[in-house]
Every structure is written in C-alpha cells, then in structure tokens.
Design a protein around this ligand. Structure first.
Ligand code: LLP
Length: 431
C-alpha cells in the first residue's frame, strides 16, 4: 500500500506528508508514481498481454500534465485527448502522435487541423457534421485520417446523472436510428479522406457493475453484423471507453478483469459465430488510473463552532482545487495527516475558503479535535481534481508533486498572483 501510518504520521509512497506540506506548501496535490504504474501493470497483465490486438488509451482529462503524459508514454500506453489543449500538451510532452486518439462532441476546425497536422492515430467522430469537416481538412492537406464513429448505445448506467454518457438522450455520439447511422457509416467507408475503422462508445463513469458494458457491447455487435451485411465491411476496431469505478470511501475498486473478461469472452464468441476476425479492442480508463494515486494536503485555518449546530474546520483550498463535492455531491475520506493515531472524537464539517456556501469538502465527518495549523489530507483526489481546478475568487492553483518510494519531485509549480494576471489587459480607455 502506498498509504501508511508511521508514528502517527501519514506517509504516501514513502514520503512523510507533513514534511511535504512544509517543503512545498499547501494546498498540495500529491501523486504516487508507484500507484499509477501498478494500474498500468494490472492492465498489461489482465488485458494487453492476455488478449492480442488490444490497446489502453489513458483518458487524460482525468489528470493531464506533461510529466503525467511522459509517464504514460514510458509505460507504453496510448492516450485519449478531448481538446486542442490536451492534444497540444501531449505533443509538447513529446507523446508519439500515432498513439493519440481524439474524442469530443464539438471538435473545432482549429483542433482538427492541429490533429491532422500532427498525424495523430485516431479521430473519434462524434456527430454527422464532423465527417465532412474532417474530410475538407484532409483534402486540403492531402492526408487520410483513421476514424471511428462514436455511437450512443442507449444504455443506462447507474452513476451520477452528470457523468452518464451512454444513454440515448446524450450530447455525445451518433444516434443509432438506421436512417442516421448507416448512411453515415457508408459515407465514411466510401470516403477518400478517411480510413473508417469501427465504433466507439463510453457508457459512463465511476461504474461498479459490468452489466451496462455488456449491454452496450450487444448494441455494438449488432452494428458490426449489420455493417458487414449492408456494406461487406468488416469492422476493424471497437473502442469501449472507460468508466471503471474507484474507491472514494468504502467501496472496493473492482479489478479491471471483472469488467474486461466478460466483454472479451462475449466478443470472441461473437466473432467465432460470425466467422470474422476479432476487431482490435481499445479501452479508455481515466479515473481508475490516477484517482486513488492522488491525495490533496491542506492546512487547517479558521475553526468555528456554532453551538448546537455544527463545527466548521476551514482549510486553505476547497472547490477551486476539488469541485467534485459541490458539483456531484461526491464524498471523500480524509484525516489529520500529523495526528493519524489520535482517536476521532469530534464530528465536523470541513469547508473550503471560497465565497460560496456550497464550498464544503466533507460534511459531518469524525476527526480528532483539529487545531489551526494541522495538515489535513483528502484521499482519492487524483482524478478530476487538478484537471477541473479553477481560479475562482482568484485563488492560485496549487502545486503538483509526484512521489515515488520516498522521493518527491515537483511536476507543476504553484501559481503565483502574477500568473493570475498574465492574460489580463487594461485597455487604453481605462488607463
Ligand atoms: N472515454 C470517454 C469518451 C469519456 O467521456 C470518459 C469520461 C472517459 C473515457 C474516462 O472515464 P473514466 O475512466 O475516467 O471514468 N468529471 C467527472 C467525470 C467525467 C467523465 C467524462 N468522461 C468526475 O469528476 O467524476
């Protein structure tokens, strides 16, 4: 385990977290390289090495910095990007373009141009207008791009409504009505400017049940069969998205094999029955790679007791570094990092410093009696914490460090107040 308690102090991947807080300041995002690498190792043994013609494209929206992308690259994985900014970050980090796949429901012409110029591996087309747009760019540049169609499989996964993506009423994907999908498939197969490979879907995020994956697969298999029947075209690739759930509080993370084995078994059986070669299978895990690998450290500041109501413990960050409690009512676990063996005798609510009543990180949790200056650690913040951070109230975005077996390294420096102003301009009229 990368998390351990030594002499009442929380250690993370071999580092004393209170010492890290003193050295780098707080709030501070800390990522364990050991934990990230162990996820990739698990995927290697239970998926990449077990089933031929498979790929893992880390969904870098979960946590995207040049150092993280170098780590993904070193581990031999692909990435899924969803914006020109993520793509640019990957290219600047030296990520091999052919290992980049580009998702997104409204890719801008400028983003597609960047992708075509870089020669990335796949573009996942997400709507009917995107094919002609991409074709016009490819025509201009004299290149042919590999594409998949993102479909909306119409399955309902059980998770927070904001992170369900595969149901029919969704801004993502191409609807599966015959009159919509098959003309689109035909156009892509016949196109001179794209190389049509197959289908993509993503059922949702933070899932613990493999049923929606299997239901979505059935939908995709129907398409594979029909595409062959109508156009004599064998689908060469299926991208089944990400969404594997992690542990925030009690629930155990399911091993990847729980999700992947039934899918691969069903797919292999389908291909044998149909007498076709199995398409390549790509997965796009994000949260499950980095979620539990990240923690956030804060310093306790003001403490307020409202007699008979509640005790508020304020920390020096909040919804600006972790929007998830406010946005999805996400629940986290935390502890006083320097007083880990003291009994938790007080019920408190841990709140952030933003001017927003909803800026609560944890409601009604039990802690040892906290004092100003204590270091407070929140667990499993690695996914969609830093990547959704904002400068609300002009709070600077915290630093990020990567730790491995007792060795910390800075990977994103803390923003300064001047960083907050780098893009701001005072026009002559106001000078
Ligand atoms: N592939 C596609 C096409 C996606 O839309 C997503 C997530 C993923 C892969 C990765 O899913 P993961 O393995 O990370 O669950 N901000 C939200 C999560 C939004 C996820 C959106 N799409 C949160 O903090 O819970």
């Amino acid at each position: 385990m990368v998390k351990e308690i030594r002499n009442g102090i929380l250690f993370f991947d071999g580092c004393d977290t209170t010492a890290l807080a003193a050295q780098y300041g707080t709030p501070l995002y800390i990522f364990s390289e050991t934990e990230i690498v162990s996820r990739f190792s698990e995927l290697r043994s239970c998926f990449l090495e077990k089933y031929y013609n498979t790929r893992v494209a880390y969904a870098c929206k979960a946590f995207c910095t040049p150092a993280m992308l170098r780590l993904v690259m070193r581990e031999g994985m692909c990435i899924d990007v969803v914006s020109g900014g993520e793509l640019y970050t990957a290219l600047r980090a030296g990520f091999p373009p052919e290992r980049i796949e580009f998702n997104g429901n409204n890719k801008l012409p400028s983003e597609l141009e960047l992708a075509v110029d870089a020669g990335i591996g796949r573009i996942i087309i997400d709507g009917l207008q995107e094919l002609p747009l991409l074709e016009s760019i490819c025509r201009k540049k004299g290149v042919r791009m590999n594409v998949l169609y993102r479909i909306t499989p119409g399955v309902k996964a059980s998770t927070h409504d904001y992170i369900v993506t595969g149901k029919k009423d969704s801004k993502f994907g191409i609807p599966l009505e015959d009159t919509v999908i098959y003309p689109a498939v035909e156009a892509a197969i016949r196109s001179e400017f794209v190389n049509f490979l197959g289908f993509h879907y993503h059922v949702g995020s933070q899932l613990f049940d493999n049923t929606p994956y299997l239901q979505a697969l059935e939908v995709a298999l129907g398409l594979v069969r029909e595409t062959r029947k109508r156009f004599g075209f064998s689908v060469r690739e299926l991208n089944i998205g990400g969404g594997y759930g992690i542990r925030y509080t009690g629930e155990e993370r399911r091993p990847y094999s729980y999700f992947l084995d039934p899918v691969m078994t069903r797919l292999n059986q389908f291909c044998a029955d149909e007498g076709i070669e199995r398409p390549a299978v790509v997965i796009e895990p994000g949260r499950s790679i980095v979620g539990e690998a990240g923690i956030t450290l804060y310093t306790v500041g003001s403490i307020k007791e409202i007699p008979g109501v509640r005790k508020y413990i304020s920390v020096d960050g909040g919804m600006t570094d972790n929007i998830r409690p406010a946005l999805y009512q996400a629940v986290y676990k935390g502890m006083l990092a320097g007083r880990a063996d003291e009994p938790a005798t007080e019920q408190v609510t841990v709140c952030g410093k933003c001017c927003e009543s909803g800026d609560l990180l944890m409601r009604d949790v039990m802690l040892p009696p906290a004092r100003s200056g204590d270091i407070f650690a929140v667990f499993s913040t690695g996914a969609y914490g830093y990547s959704m951070a904002s400068n609300y109230n002009h709070n600077p975005i915290p630093a990020v460090i990567l730790v491995k077996e007792g060795r910390p390294e800075l990977i994103v420096r803390r923003q300064t107040y001047d960083d907050l102003l780098t893009c701001a301009v005072i026009p002559d009229s106001l000078k």
